[in-house]
Each structure stands twice: as structure tokens, then as C-alpha cells.
Design a protein around this ligand. Structure first.
Ligand SMILES: O=C([C@H](O)CO)[C@H](O)[C@H](O)COP(=O)(O)O
Length: 223
């Protein structure tokens, strides 16, 4: 039984928010889930994932996105860095920015040069505490490059270090128990990071006036 702020009786009497009741609700949902067949379960999960992403889209601060769009346009070169699945989301975005004609490097690749003043470092970390991401932010700041971080924790060390952030109100990977997402670990954060950057790409593309045909020569032909 998880530690509750109040006893169950006190919760019912005061009708106040109670971890214990939340926990019981969660157990009952799990029991119902066990009785569903695989098809229904997968379909429900797909809809739940879409709904969680839709909620985040309604919470995003357009001003924060505007800053990222502006900094991408202003940067001499764009560097991206994140760990694990957050890193995969950034790599997908990096490819699209390259298709638009930007010079983009993925930190850690052998052909990535030194970051310098005038460059942009785009980071993503749900927790905002991943060591490699923090050290990249510190290095970039010491070189006077601009640092923008996508994170789920506005108070994290990364958020404090960055010149600007995009706050994604998703769960972080260590938000165990009841959290804003039903999904495992940082899944929602990682999905939404990709979606935000897809929308940033589309904005930059639409503003560029380029056609699909214009972009095509930059698409990989060694694949
Ligand atoms: O791959 C990840 C993990 O499975 C959590 O869902 C994370 O992207 C990786 O661990 C990096 O974490 P954050 O820096 O907190 O995004």
C-alpha cells in the first residue's frame, strides 16, 4: 500500500486529493484491462497515447516555439544532442532541418566539429538531469553558443542552464506511480519532442516557400 497523505477514512470524509484513492482507482483499471482482448487493448492504448499527445499540444507555449524557430533561422550551424530515445527524436528532426538546407550536426558523431559562438545547440531531456546533456550545455555556453532545451522539468539543472526552453508537461522517466502519463518512463516526452520538432520543421518549410521537389535533392540516396 503506498503512503497516503491521509487515512482512507479521512480522504472520504474530507473529499480531499488522496494518493490512496488514486492508487485504488489504478488497481481497478488494471483489473479491467486484464479482462480485455489484445485487439481492444492495443486500440485503446493507441487512442490513449494520441490523447496524451493532444493534451500536451494544447498546453504548449507558442512563444517558446517561436524562439526556437527564430534561433534556428539565426544560427550559423545547428548541433543536436540528447540521450536514448530523446536522442532518437532529435536525430529525426536533424535530418529534416538538413533537408531544408540547414547545416546540422549530431553531437557524438565522428564528423561533428567544435561548437562556436553563433551556433545553436538544441538539447532534449525529459528529466533535465542526464549528465552528457548537461555537460554539452555547459560546453556550448562556455563557447557562447546559444542553448535551447526541450524538457519536462522547468526547475531542472538543464532548464536553468539553457538560454531558452520548451516546456513539455509530460512525465519524466522516474515519475513512478500515478503521473500525468499512463505510458512507461519518458515515452510521452520523447513522442512529443518529435511532434514539436515536426511542427517546427513544417513552419520553417512553409515559410521557406520551397516545394517537395525542391527539398528532394537533399534526401539521402545512399540508403
Ligand atoms: O531513452 C530514454 C528512456 O528510455 C526513458 O524513456 C531516455 O530518452 C533517456 O534515458 C534520456 O533521458 P532524459 O534525458 O531524461 O530524456
Amino acid at each position: 500500500m503506498p503512503k497516503g497523505k491521509h487515512s482512507r477514512t479521512a480522504c472520504i470524509i474530507t473529499q480531499s486529493y488522496c494518493y490512496e484513492l488514486e492508487w485504488l482507482k489504478e488497481r481497478m483499471t488494471l483489473l479491467k484491462i486484464k479482462q480485455m482482448n489484445t485487439d481492444t487493448l492495443t486500440n485503446n492504448n493507441l487512442l490513449a497515447i494520441l490523447e496524451e499527445n493532444r493534451k500536451l499540444a494544447n498546453q504548449i507555449n507558442p512563444q517558446q516555439i517561436k524562439v526556437l524557430v527564430h534561433e534556428i533561422k539565426a544560427a550559423k550551424r545547428i548541433f543536436v544532442m540528447a540521450a536514448g530515445r530523446s536522442g532518437l527524436a532529435l536525430k529525426m528532426a536533424a535530418m529534416r532541418f538538413m533537408h531544408l538546407g540547414y547545416t546540422v550536426f549530431i553531437v557524438g558523431e565522428t564528423n561533428t566539429p567544435a561548437i562556436l559562438k553563433g551556433d545553436l545547440l538544441l538539447l532534449a531531456s525529459g528529466s533535465g538531469t542526464t549528465a552528457s546533456v548537461l555537460s554539452s550545455a555547459e560546453k556550448a555556453k562556455s563557447q557562447q553558443a546559444t542553448v535551447i532545451a526541450i524538457t519536462a522539468d522547468v526547475k531542472s539543472k538543464l532548464a536553468v542552464l539553457a538560454d531558452a526552453i520548451i516546456l513539455v508537461n509530460a512525465a519524466t522517466k522516474t515519475d513512478f506511480g500515478v503521473s500525468v502519463s499512463k505510458q512507461y518512463a519518458g515515452s510521452l516526452f520523447e513522442q512529443f519532442t518529435l511532434l514539436v520538432l515536426e511542427s517546427v520543421f513544417m513552419t520553417l518549410w512553409q515559410e521557406s516557400g520551397l516545394t517537395k521537389e525542391d527539398l528532394w535533392p537533399k534526401h539521402a540516396n545512399l540508403e
